[in-house]
Design a binder for this molecule. Structure first.
Ligand code: NAD
Ligand code: TYD
Length: 356
């Protein structure tokens, strides 16, 4: 028996696999297309490499998924695979539709067929966990209560719309075919192995290299930040004890304006790695054009997972961010490896500056 993880070479999937293989003998089959966001080198540090099998392929390749499910007698699928960056979805939505919607549909079809053919006991114990986002709920006004599991979906970006579509398919497969699905809607993650196109690692890298720290618009947009290890712990609980057909919100209750995040990071770096000229990294902050359709605020109410499954985040934002800064300061080799020519092209296109 094994679990099948899709998109496990990305940020959250890598953290999940490192955690899982450190504590479970049950192998993980990792189906990942290894796009710009997937990094097989992450697994060179596995303590038990024999517990992990990386297969390069598309989650939407039905034949491949069917073969992996049967060959490894998979008892659960965790779907992390996605195009995940909002700004990329604005500049080029097609890949988001292909992977996040059509890919998930094909994966669900392969899973449904496999699951339907299982004997009674493994059929009842089987789980399909869809790793989703709080962004499917759309934007909150400043005074609105945080998103709950019953907040209506109102996605605003091509990314969040594609995730919402996938979540609806997962819901329909439960309702129509009785597939034992679970869906989680998590807030913004930060921590080790996050590709430096997302806010936190982008700021760390740019700060250390003396580049501008780009703040979209007024920087007063708010996000609910969660350390990735707390997300991983929540996913493990949901997989083990979540009720099929249910959705679970996951969030740290650490809501911050983007400017607070930027300034907090500058202050940490000022102490940890002062600039040679003695000025603060805050001097590198640069307001740039706002993201089109930028959601002003996300906040997650995680009462359900706390009450039902006893999940509590371990990190507060300050300690989690400090640990993340330490990780990036130590992992210059990782950063070097993941920033290919494609990375330079992306930064030039998105921020309109030459990147050398
Ligand atoms: P990521 O972009 O770092 O990693 C995505 C992974 O999926 C990469 O390894 C990539 O190679 C792989 N992939 C892309 N297209 C694929 C395809 N067609 N077939 C197989 N593999 C493919 O993303 P992440 O930040 O690790 O997010 C993982 C999941 O969690 C996503 O579904 C995302 O929507 C969700 N999520 C992310 C956050 C966050 O803050 N990062 C928060 C909530 C939910
Ligand atoms: P991001 O990490 O892209 O996550 P998401 O858009 O999924 O929440 O961005 C987090 C916040 O930071 C979001 O409000 C957009 C903002 N942001 C900037 O201000 N500048 C940047 O260069 C980036 C990448 C994001």
């Amino acid at each position: 028996m094994a679990i099948l993880v899709t998109g496990g070479a990305g940020f959250i999937g890598t953290n999940f696999i490192l955690d899982w293989t450190a504590t479970e003998a049950e192998p993980v089959v990792n189906l990942d297309l290894l796009t710009y966001a997937g990094h097989p080198g992450n697994f060179e540090r596995l303590a038990h490499p024999e517990r992990h099998l990386l297969v390069r392929g598309d989650l939407g390749d039905r034949e491949l998924a069917a073969d992996l499910l049967a060959r490894h007698r998979v008892r659960a699928v965790l779907n992390f695979a996605a195009e995940s960056h909002v700004d990329r979805s604005i500049l080029g939505p097609a890949e988001f539709i292909r992977t996040n919607i059509v890919g998930v549909f094909n994966l669900l079809e392969a899973v449904r067929e496999y699951w339907a053919g299982l004997p009674d006991a493994p059929r009842a114990a089987f789980r399909f966990l869809q790793v989703s986002t709080d962004e499917v709920f759309g934007a909150l006004t400043p005074e609105a209560p945080a998103f709950t599991e019953t907040t209506p979906y109102a996605p605003n970006s091509p990314y969040s719309a594609s995730k919402a579509a996938a979540d609806h398919l997962v819901r329909a497969y439960r309702h129509t075919y009785d597939l034992p699905t679970l869906t989680t809607n998590c807030s913004n993650n930060y921590g080790p192995f996050q590709f430096p196109e997302k806010l936190v690692p982008l700021l760390i890298v740019n700060a250390l290299e003396g580049r501008p720290l780009p703040v979209y618009g007024d920087g007063l947009q708010r996000r609910d930040w969660l350390h990735v290890s707390d997300h991983v712990a929540a996913l493990r609980l949901v997989l083990a004890a979540g009720r099929p057909g249910e959705t679970y919100n996951i969030g740290g209750g650490q809501e911050k304006a983007n400017l607070e995040v930027v300034e907090g990071l500058c202050d940490l770096l000022d102490r940890r790695r002062p600039r040679p000229d003695g000025r603060s990294y805050r001097s590198q902050v640069t307001h740039v054009a706002d993201r089109p359709g930028h959601d002003r605020r996300y906040a997650v109410n995680a009462d359900k997972i706390q009450a039902e499954l006893g999940w509590r985040p371990k990190h507060d934002f300050q300690s989690g961010l400090a640990a993340t800064v330490e990780w990036y300061l130590a992992e210059t080799g990782w950063l070097e490896n993941v920033r290919s020519g494609g990375y330079r092209d992306w930064i030039s296109k998105q921020y309109g500056v030459a990147y050398d």
